[in-house]
Design a protein around this ligand. Structure first.
Ligand SMILES: Nc1ncnc2c1ncn2[C@@H]1O[C@H](COP(=O)(O)OP(=O)(O)OP(=O)(O)O)[C@@H](O)[C@H]1O
Length: 350
């Protein structure tokens, strides 16, 4: 089911946790909400789940208004499943009963109920664990019980609040794959909260980036990386060098800019205008190659990233150190040839 937020605001005393957010989440999509600690991610999720009431604005799920100044649909009537970081399993209940819990209220015959719980546990590979208590399961298995509970509930919308945060890196990777598969199987609209950009990039069709309660950008992972809406998004997603430029010509989504004495051709927003601006240079915009037009950068720092080396390097004319991906090892102080082959001119108001 689609989820739409209109001018949503939530305050806690003096603190505005969610500030005037308008957002549309398409039915069936995997939508990540990304941002640093304290930016309002969990509050946004709790508002959608019905665990908090907004001070201003509206929330509609599947076209039905569930929260507005004059309406509050209770959580259990929103057909929304929630998976928390802490799993929220009942410790005294078996795995089976934990999964059955939300189904109890669905008014199904006992046989049907049992079948639904068994199918759900089977989907997450835990059929053999039905009689166990949560305490005897691993973190990943507990997470899967929480997912099975969502499947059993047949929720049209699933909200996940940092579900993988407590897992070790290996388990995270395999749970990520399971989550992607889970999303394909259920087709449920998934809102996924994380502060881990890699996870958001790997899983989501679209990413919303929050900052101090405000929405900075909502777009595909490729767009937030290649065409960030502003400096904060550019710095939060991936690594880059920002440099102040003077835009000489801007047309058809391209711009010719000057950064110090360097002239660069970069991608630009459709409404870019000549004048002062800032350009984001990603590692992909820089080739470490000798030859015609190559410049010489001085390596500041280099580290092995598995398969390639990542280095920062000073280049005259660029304000911040470039981030380079190199096939060979380099040492601080070494000079490397570079060519700038791309870049992104930030929107004027970004
Ligand atoms: N019940 C509450 N009472 C008072 N302030 C709150 C409450 N819940 C959240 N806040 C404040 O609102 C802001 C947003 O909090 P929220 O938990 O939504 O952030 P978050 O992005 O989920 O953070 P994290 O990633 O650390 O979980 C924070 O400044 C927080 O202190």
């Amino acid at each position: 089911m689609s989820v739409s937020l209109r001018a949503l605001t939530k305050r806690f005393g003096q603190q505005t946790a969610v500030s005037n957010i308008t957002l549309d989440v398409e039915a069936g999509s995997f939508f990540a909400i990304l941002g640093p600690s304290g930016c309002g991610k969990s509050t946004l999720l709790r508002l959608i789940a019905g665990l908090e009431t907004p001070d201003e604005g509206e929330i509609a799920i599947g076209g039905e208004t569930v929260a507005s100044p004059s309406r509050h649909v209770p959580p259990e009537a929103r057909n929304v499943g929630v998976v928390f970081q802490s799993y929220a399993l009942w410790p005294h209940m078996s795995v089976h009963d934990n999964v059955a819990f939300p189904v109890e209220s669905a008014g199904l015959a006992a046989g049907e109920r049992k079948a639904r719980v068994e199918t759900s546990l089977d989907k997450v590979g835990l059929a053999a664990f039905a009689a166990r208590k949560p305490a005897s399961l691993s973190g990943g298995q507990r997470q899967r019980v929480a997912l099975a509970r969502c499947i059993a509930q047949q929720a049209g919308t699933i909200l996940m609040d940092e579900p993988l945060a407590n897992l070790d890196p290996h388990l995270r990777q395999s749970m990520e794959e399971e989550l992607a598969q889970f999303h394909r199987q259920t087709g449920a609209t998934t809102l996924y909260i994380t502060h881990d950009q890699r996870e958001a990039m790997a899983l989501a069709d679209r990413i919303a980036i929050l900052w101090e309660g405000r929405l900075l950008q909502a777009a595909s992972p490729e767009t937030v990386y290649q065409r960030p809406a502003g400096e904060r998004v550019a710095r939060f997603i991936g690594r880059s060098a920002l440099t102040r430029v003077n835009v000489a010509v801007a047309e058809n989504g391209m711009a010719q800019v000057k950064s110090g004495s360097l002239t660069l051709q970069v991608r630009a927003p459709g409404d870019a205008r000549p004048g002062a601006g800032r350009v984001v240079l990603r590692p992909e915009d820089i080739r470490a190659e000798a030859g015609d037009g190559a410049l010489s950068a001085t390596v500041l720092h280099a580290s092995y990233r598995g398969g390639f080396f990542e280095a920062t390097a000073d280049l005259t004319g660029i304000d911040e150190p470039l981030v380079l991906h190199l096939a060979r090892k380099v040492a601080p102080g070494e000079r490397v040839p570079v060519r700038i082959t791309g870049g992104w001119l930030l929107p004027q108001d970004g």
